[in-house]
Each structure stands twice: as structure tokens, then as C-alpha cells.
Design a protein around this ligand. Structure first.
Ligand SMILES: [Mg+2]
Length: 355
């Protein structure tokens, strides 16, 4: 998404809306590219017309007045406003978020639900290119999940960190506990969302020996309060998009830190615009101490890793972010610090969608 101002500054936003991605127990519904487009075009743009993009509180209040929820639609606008604000003030977005605590985000390479042999091969290539942490997607077959951990540890050695994410996949609390206790024998950094809901997470957390991370159960500040009160998770996955943009993601991160929770910066494998927003949050949030699944942006023809953190063959931005020693560095230019390639945008746009 591109927003233009009457002062000649423009900003970019991105939101990877997925209909099947929502909160635990249907608490937050999925959005799609079509619902985002309709909301932005028919309600949100009209609500924010004439407002100052450097005042995110005012922008969010106007959007909340015309549409409840819809965090992914609002995130696209929010990110574009931060890009404009940074450009017009001559500072990077992380300055607007309070200043940076670190220069970049340590990258977790995500291994999907693939055959074990394929996961091992991909992991070895990623380690050779600098990856120090893996997320193993699990939750479909418990025995496979244990065997995957065992073989992965044997292949990558003890210096690489392994985390698992079952995406609420285990059918019972008992099953989640039984599998995780066996996995943790092979050195487990954390166990992400093994079951649905804060109550289930709390039960699992009491019975295993590694931290539980909440993802589907952590969308808002109020979710963080519930997790804290129940002792359901000691860490969570903080997205730019789930709370509705950088303004609320920063609120969520600050509130969680005050409650003693820590987090990574999660997402849905964004392209370069969304990844830039994630990086600015990741360097500015003090409790964002966990390695994160941010794509190592690949621009066709540019230098960079071929496997490590790579999920796309090309991107919409002109310059990839620097990936060094397993860390993706946050750009320091004004706004998001990126340039969008208009030719690529035209090339990859779906012309059947009316804008
Ligand atoms: Mg997750």
C-alpha cells in the first residue's frame, strides 16, 4: 500500500492477511487481501483523510471509530504513516518507537512440515550460510516431532538453538506435555503454542521444563494481561500486524516487558516493506530478545544467502537488508529506510483486483 500526503511525502505499508490465520478459539477472525482492500478503500482511507500521519494515536482513533478489529487492514495504514512520519522528520522509524537497543534481529530459519530428511538437508545448508536458530513446525504427528528433534540435534550440533511451533496442533494437554518432555531432552529453546487458548498453555507450562511461547493467544495488550495472570506463557510472539500496526505493537511490547514477559518479532513471511517494519520494532523493543523468523530479503540478482532465511525468489524493494553473522540489520535511513521498485510492483501486481 502507498499513501501520499499533500506535502509530497509518500509512505509504504504491507500486510500479509491470511483467512486461516486468527486468534485462539476464534477470538480474532482471519482477514484476506480482499477484506483488507474493501475496508481500506470504503472506510479507513476516508476516516484518515486530512489527518497528520505523524500522530499515530489520532490515526488509530479515527480508524477504530469506523471499523472494529481488522488489525491487518489497519496495520498496512499504520506502517505507511510511520514511513511518512520518519521521512518528513528525517529519522528512522525506530527513533519514533523510542530508539534502538540493538542494530538488528537474530534470524530464526523456519522449517515447515516437511519430511525429516528434507528438513535436515535444508538445515545444514542454512547453518553453512550463518543461521544459528531453527523453528521446527510440529503438531501433526507427535512421534515425528520427537524424531525430528533427535535427528536435527544430531545434525546441527549443540551450538545451534532449536525451537518448536505446533500452531495449536496437539489434540490434548497431556499429549503436548508428553511430546515436549521428550523433545526437551535434545535441548529446546522454547515451545510455541502447543495447544489452543491461555488455559491450555498454562497447564502445559506447569508441566514442562522449557518456556511456553504464546502466538495465536497473543494478539492484544489484553491477551498479554491474561497470559500474565494465568502464568500461561513467559514469552510471546510480538507481530507488527496482530495488534494492528507499529503503534499498538509497541504498546504491547512495552506492557509485556513491564509484566516480565519477553518476545521475538513474529510475522507471516512478509516481503521487504513488512520486514522493514518488523526490523524497526525488533531493534526498538527492549524485551525483543528472542531470535525471530524474519525473511532474509532476496532481491533478484543481488548478493545474499540462497537458503538461510530465504522464502522468496524476488522482492519489491530495491536493496536487500544486510545479513551478517546470523543477524539481519535494520536500515537506518529516514522512515522505513527502503526504496520500493515500481517496475517490480507492476510486474507482480494482480491486475484483476480493482484499486
Ligand atoms: Mg507461531
Amino acid at each position: 500500500m502507498r499513501i501520499d500526503t499533500d506535502e509530497g511525502v509518500h509512505g509504504w505499508g504491507e500486510t500479509p492477511a491470511i483467512p486461516t490465520w486468527g486468534g485462539s478459539q476464534m477470538r480474532y477472525g482471519g482477514e484476506s487481501p480482499e477484506t483488507v482492500l474493501a475496508l481500506v478503500r470504503d472506510y479507513l482511507f476516508e476516516a484518515i483523510r486530512g489527518l497528520d500521519p505523524r500522530e499515530p494515536r489520532i490515526v488509530h482513533r479515527a480508524m477504530d471509530r469506523v471499523a472494529k478489529g481488522a488489525p491487518y487492514a489497519k496495520a498496512a495504514i499504520d506502517i505507511a504513516c510511520y514511513d511518512i512520519a520518519g521521512k518528513s522528520l528525517g529519522v528512522p522509524v525506530h527513533t519514533l518507537l523510542g530508539g534502538k537497543c540493538r542494530d538488528g534481529v537474530r534470524i530464526t530459519h523456519s522449517l515447515g512440515l516437511m519430511p525429516i530428511a528434507d528438513a535436515l538437508e535444508e538445515a545444514q545448508s542454512a547453518v553453512a550460510e550463518g543461521i544459528t536458530v531453527f523453528k521446527l513446525k510440529t503438531g501433526i504427528d507427535g512421534e515425528r516431532d520427537v524424531e525430528l528433534m533427535r535427528q536435527m540435534r544430531a545434525v546441527v550440533g549443540d551450538d545451534v538453538e532449536l525451537r518448536v511451533d505446533a500452531n495449536e496442533g496437539y489434540p490434548t494437554i497431556a499429549e503436548a506435555v508428553r511430546i515436549t518432555l521428550r523433545q526437551q531432552e535434545y535441548g529446546l529453546l522454547l515451545c510455541e503454542q502447543p495447544v489452543s487458548g491461555a488455559h491450555g498453555l498454562a497447564e502445559v507450562a506447569r508441566r514442562i521444563g522449557v518456556p511456553v511461547m504464546a502466538d495465536e493467544s497473543a494478539w492484544t495488550v489484553h491477551d498479554i494481561l491474561e497470559l500474565h495472570q494465568r502464568g500461561a506463557a513467559e514469552c510471546f510472539s510480538c507481530y507488527v500486524t496482530k495488534p494492528g500496526g507499529l503503534w499498538r505493537a509497541r504498546q504491547q511490547a512495552e506492557f509485556a516487558a513491564a509484566m516480565g514477559l519477553y518476545h521475538d518479532v513474529g510475522g507471516s513471511i512478509e516481503f521487504g516493506i513488512g520486514t522493514a517494519a518488523n526490523l524497526h520494532l525488533g531493534v526498538a523493543a527492549e524485551a525483543a530478545i528472542l531470535p525471530s523468523v524474519c525473511p532474509v530479503t532476496t532481491v533478484q540478482g543481488a548478493q545474499g544467502p540462497r537458503i538461510a532465511g530465504v522464502y522468496y525468489l524476488d522482492d519489491l524493494i530495491t536493496e536487500p537488508f544486510t545479513f551478517r553473522d546470523g543477524i539481519l540489520l535494520c536500515p537506518d535511513g529516514p522512515g522505513l529506510g527502503i526504496e520500493v521498485d515500481q517496475d517490480k510492483l507492476d510486474k507482480y501486481s494482480d491486475e484483476s483486483v480493482p484499486v
